[in-house]
Design a protein around this ligand. Structure first.
Ligand SMILES: [Zn+2]
Length: 693
């Protein structure tokens, strides 16, 4: 599970995590780059707010007041500011690659050609819809259910990721995720996930609210407009049928909260089971189209959705499915079609869905695409240039201290059975922690990139990722493989590999600054590290043992205690209301909220241990403990447009930023640090504070 907020809406179907699509104003990115002061950002605080009333505002209020969301962003914050800086650096690396005149076939040349082909709007305009022509003709030629099944199979991509980057969304009928097996974690297995929707989640089709009804009306108009641009006739009628079909698919989907429950996901179907379990789709033909005829079994994440969607293949008119396929193809590549397509796509998926009135500059989108398709090639250069061996060593020491703090916390748990504790400790022993960059680099030699063919580059890129995934089915698992690129401002826990990745791009100020007081580093990056470690033991992580297998290593009494404690945390988050008509979903965000509470607890312990009995120096008038908590709260400084925030509440496993900062209210030391008293808004009686680890 990854640490921060991000969205699963990629510009194309690909196996990579979506880059953060938002950022800081250039002037603020420079502030971070210069990082002249080392410590908490006092100028960002609002001293007029009592920490006990609104800790998030206290830590970030002045910044929130003086900051405006740029017109091309739906969100702005600390994470996005660093992402912007990382983007700028990456863009500079790409420009260097473009000037290098590197030999054909080299990674440097591929980076240059991919980026330049994205930037070459004149060629894109001149080609018009021609790059899609043969695909559209193939869809038009579908004449029966068998051909339909084959086409649906051919569209399968490795574009979902249930546990690492928590991306449950694919617009294709289904999505493939290749990862260590739930039941046999030494080898790669095939997971299949529900799909078929363009909108971010089933709620967009089913929720009976004014806002969602409006979105649905605009969505239908958008489909019609896209089809019209592509030369289709009768586009209103076609759009109506496509929306009806997606609405029917949405009714078969299970909710995001249910999808996150891996106990519901561990369903092995042999290939021969599909016809009986999910009649309606010609599965043999589907798997032939997908190149998976030889795959004997799959783990079907949401069985009821497979049954429902397969039935819809049979019961919905063939012409509707053909229109659905054509529209989905056009939508997937709209960003690299002529401007009219790209603008129409942005008007709906950008403006309407996220509220950002302006699209990001093309060069930034080009960087995003290059990171998605050649992320490791770019990351290798990035890590060499921006992550020193000294920074790596310091970050490793910090991680070691927090792991040691976690060990102590586990040993001290009064409720946990000794056998459960032993397995928890074993998980910490086998945990692989990747700092900065991976030990080996991905081989891109099979990915063909051409200088003047952005559509082909993206098409082949998504197929390259797909084939790479399919080819490793059954092969031994590489536990040291990374799932994030070094230039990503984020962190991730990989439960099936029992591994953590902390990319180079997050290991820099304000999260990690070798010159800052240790209170600040522990509060900022330390709580991120603690967050990821704790995923190893949360609702999801506790389902995996020290070898990454799904195995119940908890006693029933331990589990009952854990469930009771976490239910209280879910109830706490259910009370948060970012909008009068929309509450945070405590269950949907539970795993991340547990990780936040545990992360700050372990980071605080690690910080106290690092003091070795001394009192931390006061800086800017704040005690060490105050600096620790303010640094934690400042991780979350951000502003989000209402539309994007609503989308996050509905579709993201992470709670909105302000509640993540306010979760300090569960930690006793926070009350002491700020003398928080009963009656203040965030005050919780000691018995109401949720302690999990
Ligand atoms: Zn997380």
């Amino acid at each position: 599970m990854k640490f921060s907020v991000s969205f699963s809406r990629c510009v194309l179907a690909c196996a990579e995590a979506c880059a953060l699509i938002l950022g800081l104003l250039p002037s603020q990115a420079q502030d971070i780059e210069k990082h002249e002061s080392h410590g908490i950002a006092v100028a960002n605080m609002d001293g007029a707010v009592k920490p006990g009333d609104d800790f998030y505002q206290y830590a970030n209020g002045a910044w929130i007041k003086r900051t405006e969301i740029p017109p091309d962003r739906s969100r702005i914050g600390v994470f996005t500011g660093l992402a912007d800086l990382s983007d700028k650096r990456t863009a500079a690396l790409i420009e260097e690659a473009a000037k290098a005149d590197a030999p054909a076939g080299s990674n440097t040349r591929k980076i240059a050609d991919l980026y330049n082909s994205y930037m070459d709007e004149a060629t894109i305009e001149a080609k018009g819809l021609a790059p899609l022509r043969s695909q559209l003709e193939a869809i038009a030629a579908i004449h029966d259910q068998r051909a339909l099944a084959r086409a649906l199979g051919e569209s399968l991509r490795a574009d979902v990721d249930a546990l690492n980057n928590t991306n449950f969304h694919t617009a294709n009928l289904f999505g493939l995720w290749v990862a260590p097996g739930f039941n046999e974690s030494e080898h790669y297995a095939a997971y299949l996930l529900q799909g078929g929707l363009q909108l971010p989640d089933r709620e967009y089709y089913l929720a009976d609210t004014e806002r969602m009804r409006q979105i649905r009306t605009q969505y239908q108009a958008h489909i019609s407009a896209m089809l019209k641009l592509a030369g289709f006739t009768d586009t209103d009628a076609r759009a109506t049928h496509i929306v009806e079909l997606e609405h029917a698919i949405a009714e078969k989907h299970i909710s995001l909260a249910d999808s996150e429950d891996i106990r519901k996901a561990n369903n092995t179907w042999k290939q021969s089971d599909f016809a009986a379990n999910a009649p309606g789709l010609d599965w043999a033909e589907y798997f032939r189209g997908a190149g998976l005829s030889q795959q004997a079994s799959f783990i079907v994440w949401q069985p009821s959705a497979f049954t429902g969607e397969a039935a819809l293949v049979a019961s919905t008119p063939l012409d509707t499915w053909k229109d659905w396929l054509a529209y989905h193809l056009i939508e997937a590549y709209a960003a690299v079609l002529p401007k009219a397509f790209a603008d129409e796509r942005y008007a709906f998926f950008g403006k309407t869905l996220t509220g950002a009135p302006q699209q990001r500059p093309r060069w930034q989108r080009g960087v995003t695409v290059t990171n998605q398709l050649l992320g490791n090639a770019v990351g290798r250069i990035y890590a060499q240039k921006y992550f020193s061996p000294e920074a790596k060593a310091q970050a490793e020491a910090l991680v070691a201290n927090i792991i040691a703090a976690f060990r102590k916390r586990i040993d001290a748990l009064p409720w946990m059975d000794p056998a459960t504790k032993a397995e928890a400790q074993a998980k910490l022993t086998t945990l692989y922690v990747g700092i900065g960059y991976p030990e080996t680099w991905r081989d891109y030699s099979a990915y063909e990139v051409k200088a003047d063919d952005i559509f082909g580059n993206m098409w082949r890129g998504s197929l390259f990722n797909y084939h790479r995934s399919v080819e490793r089915l059954g092969a031994p698992v590489d536990r040291k493989e990374w799932s994030m690129t070094p230039q990503t401002v984020n962190a991730v826990n990989l439960p099936l590999q029992n591994a953590l990745n902390f990319p180079a791009a997050i290991l820099q100020p304000p999260f990690f600054d070798p010159l800052a007081p240790s209170a600040v580093n522990y509060g900022a990056i330390g709580s991120v590290i603690g967050h990821e470690i704790s995923h190893t033991f949360d609702t999801e992580g506790s389902a995996f043992d020290s070898k990454g297998r799904v195995r119940n290593w908890w006693t029933p009494a331990d589990l009952a205690h854990f469930d009771a404690a976490t239910a209280r945390l879910a109830a706490q988050y259910d009370t948060y209301k970012p909008f009068p008509d929309l509450s945070v979903n405590g269950k949907q965000t539970l795993a991340e909220n547990i990780a936040d509470v545990a992360g700050i607890s372990a980071a605080y312990d690690g910080y106290c241990a690092s003091l070795v009995g001394k009192t931390a120096p006061v800086q800017d008038g704040f005690t060490g403990d105050q600096q620790f908590f303010i640094a934690f709260g400042q991780n979350w400084g951000s502003k989000t447009r209402d539309a994007a925030l609503r989308q996050q509440v509905l579709t993201d496993p992470h709670a909105p930023a302000q509640y993540r900062a306010d979760t300090a209210r569960n930690i006793d030391a926070w009350y002491t640090a700020f003398a928080v008293q009963p009656g203040e808004k965030l005050y919780l009686a000691p018995s109401d504070r949720v302690r999990i680890w």
